[in-house]
Design a protein around this ligand. Structure first.
Ligand code: ADP
Ligand code: ADP
Ligand code: MG
Length: 664
């Protein structure tokens, strides 16, 4: 086995690879950008080397620098994780030339599968069914339009070099084709340096079912069954599971065989995934699954396969890269139970899933209830530079129902303050009837998005608990039994107090009366809540409301207070702690960056007359485009940014002229 490996990645996957390497007695070298100097993967590795500044082009994508660090540190092999350099054949060749092993497939295998059009052509030749469409060389817009007309709408335009759900446009009507083509080409060129596209028939009720394959240098290839990744939002996976619900045994065998055939066609060595799309408009059928693409690396969702097979895929990767044969044969592999993975992201589901940033002032991940793969700790910051993933929460159970119940429980026990997260959205998905029944397809989230992202208002009891906390009435005093410890009982037995809190942009005043012995009356909105605090310990607060006993978790961080209740997080700010800054000028006159990103296209110019809703600027964040439009009819006053500029969350982008002020 290797003595020392370098992990050319960051975040959860770097940490996850380090764990397995350590278990196998392999020393680890981490690399980091300036933004990650204090990151968890750096702390976990045996040694760590600086790459450069935060932007990925100057750090995690710097192939020469990584090879130089291998030489300096004596690392014999590089694990690329996923993303970054993991599917870069030039990097693999450069490593080879330097005598360093790549823990992944050969450069030629990566090349063969790197472009979706060429991969489809290759698979077609190998006898693997592919999605119907055009994947040839001709990129003339008129020609492509004709192909789309022929295929029949809806069609999907895909950047051939695309990945991660980027560079794709669905087109429903002929007249929308040209604009969509331009969008896909622009995203393809910007994100992957290649504007070329392919066109596919858009399946209207598909499931994404992928097969994990593994090859070794002796020419053996096995598959480790399927994962169903149909729960997607904008073509990005949200919750994955293994096995696939309702999968007939013959179809599993047919897909497994097709995937092995695909891997063998390119002499594949290492971990890979063959992604298929299954047309389920008439249920799952072994005649209606099609090759979409191959990912020549470890997938984000590999843990669900690890759970159902009982294998450590990173261990397999290290062994195979070291020239050893596959640890198991196909006959020795079997499915045990059911597994789910949910991707916890810093993003605002309520506000169109805008990526979020922030310092995680409070973080409690459900490590006692699930496998948690994470690369951040409490106090770490989610920056705009990289993927805003906080953790992957992975569960296993003897059957699907049990596993899903465990996933929901784990999500409900997740506590994050300092950034919004999609935890409540993920929990809502776990409660979705269709999902619970295994009736999934890639349109499920889109169809029910409103219900899945809608949050009911903050429960009055949460407001009351935040108020009590802000007044110091839920803090246990030292040295007595928990009942007597409450300062509320001790100090404020007859008092009447006001808590002033900011919550979701609104100022709240909650009047609190102490009724003695840890009992309080809180005047919330139009009602009075009588609460008895029965126990407070380590942030868990137990209370009784008219005989109904419940509990909540509280993180009191000074100016900010978070209350976690019923699987949801509620953030409050103590109003007296605020600087008293005013709220800014009247809404509607200014365009403010809703998230960090790059100003991709700027059409607005000073003095230009605009109408409400007119697109003025395209902001690109996480390689997705967000169009910002004029907030009202008017004339552009000032433009504060230019094309190509990187802006942070809250940056003033442009302002409309103040007509009333001008007139005065
Ligand atoms: P990426 O490289 O971005 O992962 P894929 O080709 O794997 O691109 O497609 C991503 C997702 O887009 C799929 O998981 C699926 O949900 C959807 N998709 C892809 N092709 C089609 C298609 N022809 N019809 C319907 N949905 C599709
Ligand atoms: P098991 O616990 O039965 O070994 P798992 O599927 O939980 O199997 O883990 C598979 C691999 O993932 C193991 O190598 C383990 O080291 C690693 N792993 C387990 N838990 C975590 C975790 N919390 N974070 C990252 N990696 C983990
Ligand atoms: Mg894909």
């Amino acid at each position: 086995m290797f003595r020392k490996i370098l992990i050319a990645n960051r975040g959860e996957i770097a940490c996850r690879v380090i764990k397995t390497a350590r278990r196998l007695g392999v020393r680890t070298v981490a690399v980091y950008s300036d933004a990650d100097a204090g990151a968890q993967h750096v702390a976990m590795a045996d040694e760590a080397w600086r790459l450069g500044p935060a932007p990925v082009a100057e750090s995690y994508l710097k192939a020469e620098r990584i090879i130089e660090i291998c030489r300096q540190s004596g690392a014999e092999a590089v694990h690329p994780g996923y993303g970054f350099l993991s599917e870069n054949p030039d990097f693999v060749e450069a490593l080879e030339a330097a005598g360093i092993a790549f823990i992944g497939p050969s450069a030629s295998a990566i090349r063969a599968m790197g472009l979706k059009d060429a991969a489809k052509a290759l698979m077609e030749k190998a006898g693997v069914p592919v999605v119907p469409g055009y994947h040839g060389d001709n990129q003339d817009a008129g020609f492509l339009q004709e192909r789309a007309d022929e295929i029949g709408y809806p069609v999907l335009i895909k950047a051939r070099a695309g990945g991660g759900g980027k560079g794709m446009r669905r087109v429903d009507r002929r007249e929308d084709f040209r604009a969509a083509l331009e969008g896909a080409q622009r995203e393809g060129a910007a994100s992957f340096g290649d504007p070329r596209v392919l066109i596919e028939k858009y399946l209207t009720k598909p499931r994404h079912i992928e097969i994990q394959v593994f090859g070794d240098s002796q020419g053996n290839v096995v598959h480790l069954f399927e994962r169903d990744c149909s729960l997607q939002r904008r073509h990005q996976k949200v919750i994955e599971e293994a096995p696939a619900p309702g999968m007939p045994e013959e179809m599993r065998a047919a897909m497994g065989a097709a995937a092995v055939k695909a891997a063998q066609a390119i002499g594949y060595c290492g971990a890979g995934t063959i992604e298929f799309i299954a047309d389920v408009s008439e249920g799952l059928s072994q005649d209606r699954f099609y090759f979409m693409e191959m990912n020549t690396r470890l997938q984000v969702e590999h843990p669900v396969t690890e759970y159902i097979t009982g294998q450590d895929l990173v261990e397999w990767q290290l062994k195979v890269a070291n020239g050893e044969p596959l640890p198991l044969t196909q006959d020795q592999l079997a499915i045990h139970g059911w597994a789910f993975e949910a991707r916890l992201y810093a993003e605002d589901a309520e506000r169109g899933f805008l990526p979020a940033t922030g310092t995680l002032t409070h973080l409690r991940l459900p490590e006692d209830m699930a496998r948690v793969d994470s690369g951040v700790r409490q106090g770490d910051t989610i920056t705009p530079w990289y993927d805003p993933m906080i953790a992957k929460i992975i569960v296993h159970g003897p059957d699907r129902k049990t596993a899903l119940a465990r996933l929901l429980a784990a999500l409900e026990a997740t506590e994050v303050a300092g950034s919004v997260t999609n935890a409540a959205f993920l929990a809502a998905l776990c409660r979705h009837e269709g999902f619970a029944a295994g009736d999934v397809d890639t349109g499920l989230i889109g169809r029910d998005q409103e219900a899945l992202t809608a949050r009911s208002g903050t429960p009055p009891v949460v407001l009351a608990l935040a108020a009590l906390t802000s007044l110091g009435l839920t803090r246990p005093a030292a040295g007595q039994d928990p009942w007597e410890r409450l300062s509320g009982w001790r100090a404020w037995s007859a008092a009447r107090q006001f808590a002033v809190l900011d919550h979701k942009g609104t100022r709240l005043e909650v009047e609190v009366h102490s009724l003695g012995r840890s009992r309080f009356a809180a005047h919330v909105a139009d009602s009075v809540l009588e609460i008895e605090i029965t126990h407070v310990e380590d942030g868990t607060i137990r209370f009784d409301m008219g005989g109904h006993r419940d509990k909540a978790r509280i993180a009191d961080m000074g100016a900010a207070i978070s209350v976690f209740h019923g699987g949801e997080a509620f953030e409050f700010t103590r109003a007296d702690m605020l600087s008293g800054e005013d709220e800014g000028d009247a809404a509607g006159d200014r365009l403010i960056a809703p998230m960090p990103g790059l100003v991709k296209v700027l059409t607005a110019t000073k003095g230009q007359a605009v109408t409400r809703g007119e697109p003025l600027l395209i902001l690109e964040a996480m390689k997705m485009e967000h169009t910002l439009t004029a907030p009202r009819d008017g004339v552009i006053g000032d433009v504060f940014v230019s094309e190509g500029e990187q802006v942070t969350d809250g940056t003033l982008l442009l302002a409309l002229a103040q007509e009333s002020a001008d007139a005065a």
